[in-house]
Design a protein around this ligand. Sequence first.
Ligand code: PLP
Length: 442
Amino acid sequence: MVTVENKYEQLTGLDQKHFLHPTTSIKQQQATGPDFIFTEGKGVRLYDMKGRSAIDGLSSLWNVNIGHGREEIAQTAYEQMKTLGYSSCFATYSNEPAIRLAAKLAEIAPGDLSATFFTSGGSESNDTAYKLARHYWILKGQPERKKIISRSKSYHGVAMGATSATGLKPFRDFTNSNAPDFCYVDHFSREALRQTIEKEGPETVAAFIAEPVQGAGGLHIAPEGFFAEIRSICDEYGILFITDEVITGFGRTGTYFGMDHYGVAPDMMCFAKGVTSGYAQLGGVMISEKMHKDFIQLSEGTLLHGYTYSGHPMACAVALKNLEILERENLIQNARVMGEELLKGFQRIQSERGIVGNVRALGLMGAVEIVKNKETNERFAEPLAPKIVGEAARRGLICRSVVFDGQDTLVFAPPLIINQEEINELISILNDAIEAVETGIP
Ligand code: PLP
């Protein structure tokens, strides 16, 4: 008889032998096998083969905005696959879900972002944005504008351009060669941006890219007014401003897009993740109406950039349904209200626990910093956040630690459907997990 234990053991063996996991310690995978083999998702929770359940405190990879197990989405995908599973958008071919999604995005996106190039995810979106920006400057007769400036602690993905733009150095050091023409500035320094533009030569800079709230790099929220100043520096030097809304888009921070908090419109915007809540692989880059008009006027021949799955009909149909649910269930407002409750919960933990320093949240994107000394902000020599993640997982909460650049931070981004009771549960488990680690400190 095949028992759950047998099956788990068999799958673990196959996983270790055949599955090279993304962003995973290979040694750890070989030592322990998968921590969870998930079988089901429902609402804010994930369930695994052994019958364990956990609150998905990071919406998996910051993406399952409408929560797990939505039958409506499954039905939409099924209907679309049944009628038109795939057709190309190359040349002048098109399909209705892609057209309608592009039009819908133009309605909801900041400023005059009005035309969308579709990709299959965030990394492709970033590479596309850099290529479109550079191509734009060629069309505008300024081909020397090719440098892309990004920020410290930024994460833009793992394609060649996206890795090269990523401010977190370990990602760039993963290989011994990166793409040329990328430079980096301190994440919150307007002065550093200005100095770098001057040093590099403004006529060589194509674009500046920023996440409205930095996610994977430790959840850093820009001060009020920051992006208005960035926008005006970009305008002063004629540089394109690209926002990477891969995490912050589609309600995550309590507004449709992260940049809505700052009242600033970019020239280009990368998106992915929450556009389908992870039910299908889709991303894209939006460009402003002005850029689009310039492209229409100046472009000769073929736009030589396109993915087989650009404008995938099933992925676009799923995205449309996902946005319908987001709006129908007022999930963006819920993210705002529950985000405040999440922050209050963090603050309670901060007052109870001796090792919790700064806590912060914008909508349902939040962070808890672990410190040795609350007054001085001194860190432990060995970060404790990874241990807390382990303790939390054992108690039924999945979250992530960030230890880049000497950080010791826990990050959270639960599904936007989360309610008060579930927030309380998340906070209670987190408190217990931190306490368990705190009491174990020698
Ligand atoms: N940009 C940001 C801000 C991200 O957080 C991510 C992924 O976490 C990416 C880009 C890359 O997206 P993907 O993993 O879909 O390629």
